[in-house]
Design a protein. Sequence first.
Length: 329
Amino acid sequence: MLTKTEGTLPLNSCWTMLSIVAFLVITPMAAGSSANAANFSFTPIDVPGASETQALGINNTGQIVGAFNDSTGNHGFLDTGGSFTPIDVPGAFSTAANGINNAGQIVGIFGDSTSGHGFLDTGGSFTPIDVPGAFFTFAYGINDVGQIVGNFGDSTGFHGFLDTGGSFTPIDVPGAVVTQAFGINDAGQIVGGFDDSTGATHGFLDTGSSFTPIDVPGADFTEAHDINDAGQIVGIFDFTHGFLDTGGSFTPIDVPGAFSTNPFGINDSGQIVGFFRDSTFAVHGFLATPTAAPVPEPSTLTLLSVGIGLTVLCVVRRREEPIIPKQRV
């Protein structure tokens, strides 16, 4: 039989503990997944003298590529530890660098007097990328095997493509009106976006030509931009918010104080690059670096079990307490 001195909680403490457990059970349920959101440290990226900077790709050594605009036009850049190197395809009037692999190979887009073309930059040597028969070709992602993904337009519409050593394979999500491929990892998994027959935009994951739609819950617009070797996917939803998709669990990515955030690249360390619009609508690049994970919260089932146990204890304890009449003041 329980007594007041043999391992029992005082009555007030008992019910106080039960109240705390109830709060802990209810709060995560009300807060949803935001309580478990990953933490990031955000660093702005601005090319000196640029009026606009977009960070678009990152490799495992932390090299970042992107695009910037200044008084002379549109240029690509390579950011190595805060040291910026402009990238300009010879003869082009505009250049953007979109992706970089661990060997330092860079892919992107350039415009000349004829059209828009993709390019591969290997140590400063530029190779044009043009899908045969296309009236434009844009290259967005490259993996360590040298496979390149992007988009092209021809007389039949707008399609994604996979370039393996100069051999092009179209990428079309079944039933889609438009397909765009943006990122590829070393396993050959490809992510991008597609428009369905209603005009709605969805992300997709292409694993060996098997397509899985990606839709942030509750969003009207989702587009996937890159995937790392762990299968983590980044992209944008509802035009103004970024997301990180880890095995189907979505974490919003929003630069603090920004009007909109657009993640475009992720490496195997989980570092994310992209661009954001600030309160004045100026465009800046960003690097989001994961910080230490928060202390895991007890599961709801665990807390419920503790709560049930405390309830029983409190009821038993209550039966043992003498009824003390209230004292008049």
